[in-house]
Design a protein around this ligand. Structure first.
Ligand code: FES
Length: 110
């Protein structure tokens, strides 16, 4: 069975404004972004050829993939420039007590 749950992913203090952090959340590779004090989470794998987005360049709410320089809107996951055509998965985020919680799918036992 698949469950949607919020999982502790990072401490807010570990992600400076304008920065991105790679985390594993319930088996998912996730990029957590701090955009002007607001936190967002997307898949950490580019939809083009799976470049690691947390190694990319963040500017004005946009992440640029380090492999072929495709861009995505961090808030919506929308693919903004070639070679990326497929939008990025985005995950709901909550901040509680200095922790960033990310909602991801979890597989539970039978
Ligand atoms: Fe990201 Fe190609 S792998 S643009």
């Amino acid at each position: 069975m698949t469950l949607l749950q919020f999982h502790a992913a990072a401490r807010t203090a570990d992600i400076a404004p304008g920065a991105v952090l790679h985390v594993q959340v319930a088996g998912n590779e996730v990029a957590v972004f701090n955009i002007g004090g607001e936190f967002f989470a997307t898949s950490d794998r580019c939809t083009h050829m799976r470049g690691r987005l947390s190694d990319g360049y963040v500017q004005a709410g946009v992440i640029e993939c380090p492999l072929h320089f495709g861009k995505f809107d961090i808030r919506t996951g929308r693919a903004l420039s070639p070679p990326c055509k497929i939008d990025l998965a985005v995950f709901p985020v909550r901040v509680e007590g200095g922790s960033v919680l990310v909602q991801c799918c979890t597989l539970s036992g039978t």
